[in-house]
Design a protein around this ligand. Structure first.
Ligand code: T4K
Length: 372
């Protein structure tokens, strides 16, 4: 069998480029705690992402979790979110002692169904936490309108949307705060890493304290913080990867175009939408397989691909409101569209260096599963 093709493959600079980038660390002996590489990367990202304010973290999850903490909601408050996401989104709410209230998604771009949000608002609701899934942008205008009407905060899980622009503005500049992931599997990686982009500078000071144990000054600790600081080696990787990002996104675009040529217009296969006013980053390539029209189920296609050394993934299945750790607490049937999609979605391999002949092979295997 040929080498396995995994769902993604981390982008990396050449070894020489990375070594050059980290050489200075041997002179300075400065390894972490907001050192020079950290500051340099943060400045570069503020420009690249076109956001008013930014802070960086060990990972995307801590950016989300600490952003929620920094908003200081009363314990037991409710945050309206969706279950069609990675564990991180829901866990960040629960780990803050708050209650996730699950809203269904829309079946077109898989983001929160904005027409269902208002029905879920109670006197304990404090925020909406939508997820820009796969790089698909939520209905930002409608969400902000609802938030304004009910005085709610908006916290975007923007883990999948690094660098995306909506109506010419950096996606991180919407909502009260937007959190990105720089994990190894993302379009842009700093090995592990993440960022929160926000409007309010006071909020930023609180966030900065929380990522450093709640330390305000050498002898003052007035917050119960965590340790979520990005180290210098991760920041150096980020600096290198950022240099090549445009080229990487361009290569991803070609891969996505090839997939679309094969899978467009196949009965029983739904593709990710191309959204208006969005400069996308080609983060993921999900397909939704309708077994009634395609003749084979998602799980059957997944298995045939696996037999051929192709490791597609079922992002996002199970739904987070179906997780074992929440057994019996939430009712996934209250989010029927999310449940329907999670049973049918398959995320195909996508990375800059994925050879087009392998894309062809993956598509041919998928199409060979179709029963006419
Ligand atoms: N919100 C959303 C919506 C998210 O999707 C995520 C993360 C977060 C928040 C939290 O952000 P972080 O705290 O992670 O920064 C992966 C990633 O670990 C996770 O970051 C990502 N979402 C999620 C969608 O995918 P797994 O459990 O599928 O990862 P894993 O280890 O199975 O890796 C998947 C594939 O990636 C491997 O088959 C090969 C490739 N890979 C993986 C690693 C670790 C590489 O090429 N290099 C690597 O170093 O979660």
């Amino acid at each position: 069998m040929d080498k396995q093709i995994l769902v993604t493959q981390s982008s990396m600079p050449s070894l020489e480029e990375y070594i050059e980038e980290i050489k200075g660390i041997w002179d300075s002996h400065w390894l972490t705690n907001m050192g020079p590489k950290h500051q340099q990367l943060m400045g570069l990202l503020k420009d690249y992402l076109a956001v008013p304010n930014i802070d960086m973290f060990t990972n995307g999850h801590m950016a989300i979790e600490l952003s929620i903490q920094a908003l200081k909601f009363p314990l037991g408050s409710e945050i309206i979110t969706t279950p069609f996401t990675f564990a991180s989104t829901t866990h960040a709410i629960v780990r803050n002692g708050l209650e996730p209230v699950f809203c269904d998604i829309n079946p077109v771009d898989f983001t929160i169904n904005v027409d269902k949000i208002e029905d879920l608002i109670t006197d304990r609701t404090v925020a909406i936490m939508p997820v820009h899934v796969y790089g698909n942008i939520c209905n930002i205008e409608k969400i902000q309108k609802i938030a304004n009407k009910y005085s709610l905060k908006v916290i975007y899980d923007a883990a999948h949307t690094f660098g995306i622009k909506y109506k010419g503005k950096g996606i991180g500049s919407y909502g009260d705060v937007s959190c990105f992931s720089f994990h190894a599997t993302k379009v842009f990686n700093s090995i592990e890493g993440g960022a929160a982009c926000f409007k309010d500078k006071e909020f930023g000071l609180e966030l900065y304290r929380l990522k450093n144990f709640g330390i305000r000054g050498p002898e003052v600790v007035d917050g119960v913080g965590a340790n979520a600081k990005m180290n210098e080696f991760c920041a150096a990787m980020g600096i290198c990867n950022l240099r090549h990002l445009e080229e990487e996104i361009e290569k991803r675009k070609i891969v996505v175009a090839r997939y679309r040529t094969y899978l467009y217009d196949i009965e029983g296969i739904q593709l990710n939408p191309i959204q208006e006013n969005v400069e996308t980053n080609y983060a993921y390539f999900p397909i939704i397989i309708d077994e009634k029209k395609f003749g084979a189920t998602r799980n059957e296609v997944f298995s045939v691909l696996a037999e051929n050394g192709i490791c597609a993934r079922k992002y996002f299945s199970p739904l987070t409101n179906f997780f074992d750790c929440f057994h019996g607490k939430y009712a996934p049937d209250k989010t029927p569209v999310a449940l329907h999609i999670s049973k049918r979605v398959l995320t195909l391999p996508l990375y800059a260096d994925l050879e087009l002949e392998n894309v062809d092979r993956i598509c041919e295997i998928i199409l060979s599963c179709k029963v006419e």
